[in-house]
Design a protein around this ligand. Sequence first.
Ligand code: NDP
Ligand code: 8X3
Length: 251
Amino acid sequence: MKKNVLITGATSGIGEACARKFAQGGYNLIITGRNTTKLASMKAELESAGSAVITLAFDVRDAKAAEAAIQSLEGDWKRIDVLINNAGLALGLDKEYEGDPEDWNTMIDTNIKGLLTMTRLIVPDMVARNEGHVINIGSVAGDAAYANGNVYCATKAAVKTISDGLRIDVAESAVRVTNLKPGLVETNFSKVRFHGDEARAEKVYQGIDPLTGDDIADVALYAAQAPKHVQIAEVLILATHQGSGSVIVRK
Ligand code: NDP
Ligand code: 8X3
């Protein structure tokens, strides 16, 4: 029987790469996000390559919409074998005492509360079935704050603690919990962070060979396909010329 993976924020970057890698890995896909046009085009492309695909359009900050979307799943699609909590963002790169509280709210509501909403909706059934895997996309930013990263870094530190807490709480069951902590990955991340300023976003990846969404998706698929007794608890994945969240050597 093919396994089902549900990916939040599957319409771009790491989430989109995970959709393609898990499709290649033989999974049925439940791809979710807000961009309905992109969801439809991905579904058409993945189905034409032979995958079974369901799309669910909702914002992870809207708990009621998320619940309705999960409840709309029927038959075998109700069984979620792998949940990839990927939807997330950074907004702004400012001193904490000068940051925009609206940006803080959006990051906290998406990166922390949205992830918790999905976890609360999906993990009870995993525990009841005594199988399943939650893969949270954390960040090197959660290991230590970097200059002007303050609230974004705090949300990813929360993802680490929430992942650790869940791993403890499901340890009686065969459910596994993985926190993937990427470093610099070239996606739409910096364009979103800088509110659409593409020139500023490009500079983030200049002079360094950054990671790609595929690099992170490879690790996610590895963790999901590890033998049942192996729980890949946490992985830090940095670009080669990156020493930490704040040490980046550019050529
Ligand atoms: P992208 O901006 O390319 O992708 C982010 C995805 O999340 C998009 O599909 C976006 O959808 C979705 N998303 C954002 N907010 C919401 C929401 N409220 N509800 C539903 N979907 C939402 O960035 P990345 O692929 O890089 O980011 C994915 C994850 O990886 C994030 O959690 C990020 O923090 C993390 N990460 C990224 C790193 C990097 O360097 N790029 C490094 C470490 C971690 P939409 O298009 O609708 O906004
Ligand atoms: C995204 C990576 O280093 O830009 O989490 O914060 S970083």
